[in-house]
Ligand binder design. Structure first.
Ligand code: NAD
Length: 241
């Protein structure tokens, strides 16, 4: 589980552990990753922390190897680490932000799927969920973030189709605005944003990390056994309009 030290990743790591999974929590902010592991362990669950930067293919390969070494098998993977990239108007064409956003949000998901699938193929299959966004399904925003999340949706479809007959399901969650440190940072710049962001969603609120964790659990479960290559919106109705 990448980006497990905060927000959606932390909530999902805790939800998987509560459902009985042994969880390998990846992040690059060690304090956050350790905090997630402590929370799981204090509740009686099993988890380890692995420091791996998803931009680094060798580190991603080691992350998968370490998780398999510790727990024996990789049944599920949640490729969730991501950044918002720049949100200010002057950052729209910022090439450095574009490169960093694609490196983490898109290339990172590519590396993760590559090494997770290499393991799952020879060990009875599995289920992968990638974190895209409503920005992976529609245009509003900046080309760096919107483009990187469209890439996640595209790769989810392609890889989902490629491995559908081999017992590996690959899906994506597409969250609307969710109450995590990422969104809190955007809101902190301008508290007037809060109402505007809430109003983007027909439900007139932002979502909770737990609501994404529930969708990831569903996509990894047998209840989703005929679902693959699918970007699932969890967005209070935002993409409906
Ligand atoms: P967050 O900032 O709370 O958590 C992201 C985590 O990813 C952090 O712990 C961070 O340290 C980690 N991370 C960043 N770069 C990394 C790297 N190179 N390698 C490993 N870990 C790295 O944000 P969040 O809101 O929980 O976001 C999680 C995912 O959800 C992201 O992919 C984001 O784009 C997506 N998303 C979030 C929202 C939202 O409103 N919060 C909406 C749609 C999609």
């Amino acid at each position: 589980m990448t980006g497990g030290g905060s927000g959606i990743g932390r909530a999902t790591a805790i939800a998987f552990a509560a459902a009985g999974a042994k969880v390998a929590v990846d992040d690059i902010v060690d304090a956050g990753g350790h905090e997630t592991v402590r929370t799981i362990q204090n509740a009686g669950g099993e988890a380890i922390y692995i420091h791996a930067d998803v931009r680094d293919e060798e580190a991603v390969k080691r992350m998968v190897e370490t998780a398999v070494h510790e727990f024996g098998r990789l049944h599920f993977a949640f490729n969730n680490a991501g950044i918002s990239g720049g949100a200010r108007p002057e950052e729209f064409w910022d090439s450095a932000i574009f490169n960093e956003t694609f490196d983490i949000n898109a290339r990172g998901v590519f590396y993760c799927m590559k090494h997770e699938i290499a393991h799952m193929l020879h060990h009875g299959g599995g289920a992968i969920v990638n974190t895209a966004s409503v920005c992976g399904m529609a245009g509003p925003g900046h080309p760096s973030y919107v483009g990187s999340k469209h890439a996640v949706v595209g790769m989810t479809r392609t890889v989902g189709m490629a491995y559908a007959a081999q017992g590996i399901r690959v899906n994506a969650v597409c969250p609307g605005a969710i109450a995590t440190p990422m969104v809190q940072r955007v809101m902190a710049d301008n508290p007037a944003n809060i109402k505007a962001i809430e109003n983007l969603h027909p439900m007139k609120r932002i979502g909770e990390p737990q609501e994404i964790a529930d969708a990831v659990l569903f996509l990894c479960s047998h209840r989703a056994s005929f679902i693959t290559g699918h970007p699932l919106a969890v967005d209070g109705g935002k993409l409906a309009g």
